[in-house]
Design a protein around this ligand. Structure first.
Ligand code: T4K
Length: 406
């Protein structure tokens, strides 16, 4: 039985860090070396590094099966994938997207020459629904023509995809999804991957399915898939398709080797994350002022985010202070997303920002209160137990910690 932590044990109050290595927030699942080595050897033997190689093709086929869609197009990363889909769809004008999301959602649209029309989010789901989209369009007051809707499936949850699909259809604009955080999630409307005109998932190292770096576009639209391939790679698609611009979004064989091996382990990784979540829940669910959020809009999540809201009045510490406490212990918790998009470069005070009347109060409140706790390969149930206890201790010694931080 571990001894109850004393104030002087806390690193922020002069004790030694709880961990002797950094515990990062992301997934960071690495494949077994032998498995990876075998595929890397085959790459060297074939002399084919990138752009439509056999491992990448196999990975795409397996991803299409995994997501239950006709096409999966692997690209450099999800940020590029989002810009690519916007170009392939031929969107112009403004794109409605949430103010509460990773900066890449908005910046990918800016790179594609489009104007983000920011919507505040529903505070309970942290995502946009049709009401929030309606409000954002009303706030824009016709200043920017709405060319598309880009909804985000956040924290291993899902924005109600069918409702938003109907809304976009009625409005006559294309809908696509930033599903960077949602690989393998099953929404209340079905498995993510086939909603809207396309979905874009991240395969970054910190994501539940990693190809070290990477992204994948999923769609059931043959023409859109051919356009995406032709824009992103000089090998392109066999179908000649008119495209507005070319770019390089190549996916390498080495990325595919990591992705293929990690895909085989996907269920095990989700299971480990689930066990880790259960430990956090068991330790922290009764803590006043600290709320561990359940996944919204899904019947099955990938459990790759431990999203928490801190209430300073009840906990005695705010999200920024708690983050400092954990960092001192070598726990790299993150305040995703602080600040919200409307307060971030290049959108803060930018004429291209369509700032709704009354601003973005829900996004502002979330950006002050939300923190992500580590979960993944380097943060399993054992680490969660220590981190959970650190949070309980931080709460017990909140007055001394506040004095120290002041
Ligand atoms: N849309 C949404 C909603 C997203 O969440 C994201 C990405 C995107 C779009 C764009 O997807 P990509 O273009 O990235 O495919 C991280 C990730 O880089 C990013 O993928 C993710 N969302 C975002 C929420 O978090 P950073 O800047 O915090 O990542 P970074 O590099 O600082 O890594 C996080 C922690 O992991 C650090 O403590 C370092 C550690 N780490 C990282 C890597 C890559 C390692 O220990 N080893 C590693 O190999 O953004």
């Amino acid at each position: 039985m571990r001894q109850r932590r004393r104030a002087e044990d806390m690193a922020i109050l002069g004790g030694n860090p709880a961990f002797d290595r950094l515990i990062p927030v992301g997934q960071l699942y690495f494949p077994a070396w032998d498995r990876y080595e075998e595929d890397m050897r085959s790459i060297f033997e074939r002399g084919w590094f990138a752009d439509g190689g056999p491992l990448a093709r196999r990975f795409e086929e397996e991803l299409a099966r995994f997501f239950g869609v006709r096409h999966a197009i692997a690209v450099t990363n999800a940020t590029f994938g989002l810009s690519l889909v916007a170009k392939a769809l031929g969107i112009s004008g403004g794109v409605v997207l949430p103010a509460w999301t990773f900066i890449a959602t908005a910046q990918s649209m800016t790179w594609a020459g489009l104007t983000p029309i920011l919507a505040d989010v529903d505070p309970s789901t942290q995502m946009i629904g049709t009401e929030e989209i309606d409000q954002a369009i009303a706030n824009a007051k016709g200043e920017h023509r709405v060319g598309a809707i880009l909804a985000v499936n956040l924290w291993g949850g899902a924005a109600s995809p069918k409702r938003i699909e109907k809304y976009a259809d009625d409005m006559g604009v294309p809908l696509f999804f930033d599903s960077a955080q949602a690989v393998g999630c099953i929404s209340e409307d079905g498995k993510l991957g086939g909603f809207g005109r396309a979905e874009v998932f991240s395969l970054h190292a910190t994501k539940i399915l990693s190809s070290a770096e990477g992204g994948v576009i999923t769609t059931n639209d043959d023409d859109l898939a051919a356009k995406c391939r032709n824009i992103s790679s000089s090998c392109g698609d066999e179908t000649p398709t008119a495209i507005p611009l070319t770019a390089s979004g190549c996916f390498t064989e080495a990325q595919a080797a990591v992705g293929l091996a990690n895909l085989e382990q996907f269920d095990d990784h989700v299971m480990r994350n689930r066990m880790t979540r259960d430990v956090y829940r068991a330790i922290l669910s009764d803590l006043q002022g600290f709320r561990l959020l359940e996944h919204s809009g899904v019947v099955a999540s990938n459990d790759s985010y431990i999203n928490c809201i801190v209430d300073e009045n009840e906990l005695g510490l705010n999200a920024a202070m708690l983050t400092q406490v954990l960092h001192a212990e070598a726990v790299v918790s993150r305040r995703y997303f602080n600040p919200g998009i409307h307060r971030s470069t290049p959108y803060a005070h930018s004429p291209s920002l369509v700032n709704g009347q009354g601003g973005y109060p829900n996004t502002d409140a979330l950006s002050m209160g939300v923190i992500q706790l580590p979960v993944g390969a380097l943060a399993g149930p054992e680490e969660a137990e220590v981190i959970g206890e650190l949070i309980l201790a931080a709460c017990r010694f909140s007055i001394r910690i506040r004095q120290r931080l002041a």
